[in-house]
Design a protein around this ligand. Structure first.
Ligand SMILES: Cc1cc2nc3c(=O)[nH]c(=O)nc-3n(C[C@H](O)[C@H](O)[C@H](O)COP(=O)(O)OP(=O)(O)OC[C@H]3O[C@@H](n4cnc5c(N)ncnc54)[C@H](O)[C@@H]3O)c2cc1C
Ligand SMILES: NC(=O)c1ccc[n+]([C@@H]2O[C@H](COP(=O)([O-])OP(=O)(O)OC[C@H]3O[C@@H](n4cnc5c(N)ncnc54)[C@H](OP(=O)(O)O)[C@@H]3O)[C@@H](O)[C@H]2O)c1
Length: 366
């Protein structure tokens, strides 16, 4: 368990600066492509009267640990929801919009920063609505689309006056063989600095961070599902707060198709350099990596390599799991947790219900 105090802070660009040093593309080095099996064996050294030292497997529990009701993060007074609604959206300005996937990545993902002048007060883990310009096929204004906020509450410029998003451009071929562009994601990815943007919200309480600064926080993201976790991690490792100093363990699993679509990789590696005892980082690059059985490396495949360690962590009262991204990931993760729980004679779905009640299992998938 991590114990080193982190004094992490970065010099953030001032609010007058409309540029931010972000990778224009991401990559992974060849060493990252190695598939490591780090599954932990829980062993304990025991000394007998013969003075012979033997190693035995630690006993496993056969009952689900009882969860204690804690103060809910959702009751926190300062959490604002629905300040702006579609009828009266906040009009922000695009300050920056940059592609963060490589040219050879399957699809484009953009990081964008909008001005809020502090009028859209959000917490890490919340989402905002965006109403694209123009009208739909019925001549009505477009409906809002939700996007997870990808910045910490302080914002990328550190002045609480901006909100950032991480948006994948949706383009697909329909049954008639026509190329269709998603309305709002294409509107956002094409936005130029200086353009106005209609925002609603903020909304959502499921993905709020746990209050405990000593918690273990396991973050499971596929693709743009990384957005809320970038906010968490900036707060933990790049910022200084009077009332919050993270000294627990943050463990991020990020699943993407190719190394050129690894989002915010350089930022996360910087965090790891700053706080090696408090931050663990694992990538699952599905179209380039495989496990030892030659299976496609999905996020749950990577997690399976640490299965027992993750299961032990889940038994602790101050471990909080967050999942965000593709709907399909939830089942894969349930499957590995289910088989681990079964080894301890625990019914995973019952146990997950308890974890959810205690806000230790938080899911926002789509
Ligand atoms: C809480 C929440 C948070 C979200 N956060 C993010 C985020 O951080 N980043 C992000 O990029 N997205 C996020 N999304 C998704 C986002 O809200 C939009 O749904 C997404 O950007 C697509 O919207 P669009 O207007 O571009 O597409 P639309 O014009 O709304 O088109 C989408 C529709 O196209 C159809 N479609 C899509 N793909 C295919 C296909 N392959 N074949 C056939 N039909 C298809 C489906 O009917 C789908 O409903 C989030 C969603 C939710 C609910
Ligand atoms: N709060 C939210 O609800 C929220 C927030 C942000 C994003 N989202 C949604 O999350 C999704 C992310 O999509 P994206 O286009 O950004 O991602 P992406 O770049 O396509 O990456 C998704 C990764 O997940 C893999 N994957 C596919 N099926 C999987 C499964 N069943 N289990 C585990 N991994 C799987 C993909 O592998 P292959 O492609 O190689 O199969 C790929 O490596 C979008 O649908 C977006 O709307 C939701």
């Amino acid at each position: 368990m991590a114990s080193t105090a982190v004094t992490a802070s970065v010099s953030l660009p001032s609010s007058k600066t409309s540029s931010l040093v972000l990778p224009s593309r991401t990559y992974i080095s060849s060493s990252d492509k190695l598939t490591l099996n780090k599954t932990c064996l829980y062993t304990k050294s025991v000394s007998f009267s013969t003075r012979k030292l033997v190693t035995v497997r630690a006993q496993v529990t056969t009952e689900a640990p009882v969860k204690v009701k804690k103060e809910s993060k959702k009751d926190d007074e300062g959490v604002v929801t629905n300040k702006y609604r579609p009828a009266n959206p906040y009009i922000g300005k695009c300050l920056l919009n940059t592609k963060i996937t490589g040219d050879d990545a399957p699809g484009e993902t953009w990081h964008m920063v909008f001005s809020t002048e502090g009028e859209v007060p959000y917490r890490e883990g919340q989402s905002v609505g965006v109403i694209a310009d123009g009208i739909d096929k019925n001549g009505k204004p477009h409906k809002l689309r939700l996007y997870s906020i990808a910045s910490s509450a302080l914002g990328d410029f550190g002045d609480s006056k901006t909100v950032s998003l991480c948006v994948k451009r949706l383009v697909y071929t329909n049954d008639q063989g026509e190329i269709v562009k998603g309305v709002c994601s294409n509107y956002l990815c094409d936005l130029k600095p200086g353009a106005d943007v209609k925002l609603t919200g903020p909304v959502g309480k499921e993905m709020l961070m746990p209050k405990d600064p000593n918690a273990t926080i396991i973050m499971l993201a596929t693709g743009t599902g990384i957005a809320p976790f970038r906010g968490f991690l900036w707060k933990m490792f790049f910022e200084k707060h009077e009332n919050y100093k993270f000294n627990g363990l943050a463990w991020l699993f990020l699943g993407v198709p190719t190394s050129s679509s690894l989002l915010y990789k350089e930022e996360f590696e910087k965090m790891k350099e700053k706080a090696p005892d408090n931050f663990r980082l694992d990538f699952a690059v599905s179209r380039e990596q495989t496990n030892e059985k030659g299976e496609k490396m999905y996020i749950q495949t990577r997690m399976a390599q640490y299965a027992e360690e993750l299961w032990e962590l889940l038994k602790k009262d101050n471990t909080f799991v967050y999942m965000c991204g593709l709907k399909g990931m939830e089942k894969g993760i349930d499957d590995i947790m289910g088989s681990l729980a079964a080894k301890d004679g625990i019914d995973w779905l019952d146990y997950k219900k308890q974890l959810k009640k205690g806000e230790q299992w938080n899911v926002e998938v789509y």
